[in-house]
Ligand binder design. Structure first.
Ligand code: CA
Length: 233
């Protein structure tokens, strides 16, 4: 978790120090700015994973900082506000903050909200759900669905489909597929790729009008949406 960088922008040194200690204790990498302008500069120049942003700052207030950050970055922002006014919260979220905490708050609650933001963040980065046409693959549950129907795949078929989806629209040669799905040390027949492509087609393509797995003659295979007439099999 040391590589998860959090910037605290908070002019009240005691609060900033307290947050820093707690977050470091949780294993986060923490940086502090005691004023808004410096904080904004830090966000511009470094790659933070999360910003804890106080609204009431002496020079540049949190609302203004948040607005400016959103012009160049989607870094998650949790606003920290001493006020409990609903208008402040709404405004914070309107200008692109991801969440807000009203001071004083329990540190456990802040930690929990950071965990939620981290969870959402990784799901975007790893692209847990992949789609093409009416087919979806959920990497979290290993479920493959086409046109609303759950498709049962063997481990190898799943890996092969995952590899094709990871490279959507890109033609992969048999050797590339062999290496990615069967591994470097596979010494068997390269035709195994064609065999498994056939298995996969029989499960996800044969009964559907739109074919997803396409053969590129003399090269390999690609997954993309194709109408029947331009599929070169
Ligand atoms: Ca303040």
């Amino acid at each position: 978790m040391e590589d998860y960088k959090i910037l605290i922008i908070e002019d009240e040194k005691q609060i900033a120090r307290f947050l820093e200690l707690e977050l470091k204790h949780e294993g986060y990498n923490v940086d502090i700015s005691y004023n808004g302008k410096e904080g904004l500069k830090k966000i511009e120049s470094a790659d933070y994973d999360l910003v804890l942003l106080d609204i009431m700052l002496p020079d540049l207030n949190g609302i203004e900082i948040c607005k400016r950050v959103r012009r160049f970055s989607a870094v998650p922002i949790i606003m920290l506000t001493a006020k409990d006014a609903t208008s402040d919260k709404v405004m914070g979220l309107d200008i692109g903050a991801d969440d807000y905490m009203t001071k004083p708050f329990a540190i456990e609650e802040l930690l929990a909200r950071i965990r939620v933001i981290r969870r959402n963040d990784t799901s975007n980065k790893n692209d847990k759900k992949m789609r093409i046409c009416d087919l979806s693959m959920d990497r979290a549950t290993h479920q493959v669905v086409r046109a609303g129907k759950v498709i049962e795949l063997t481990k190898r078929e799943y890996d092969l489909l995952e590899c094709l989806l990871d490279n959507k629209g890109i033609v992969l040669t048999r050797d590339q597929l062999l290496e990615k799905v069967w591994g470097f040390d596979y010494t068997g027949d390269a035709n195994v790729v064609d065999v498994y492509i056939r298995y996969l087609r029989s499960k996800i393509d044969d009964e559907y009008e739109v074919k997803l797995i396409n053969t590129v003659r003399g090269v390999g295979y690609v997954i993309k949406e194709t109408k029947n007439e331009d599929q070169s099999v």
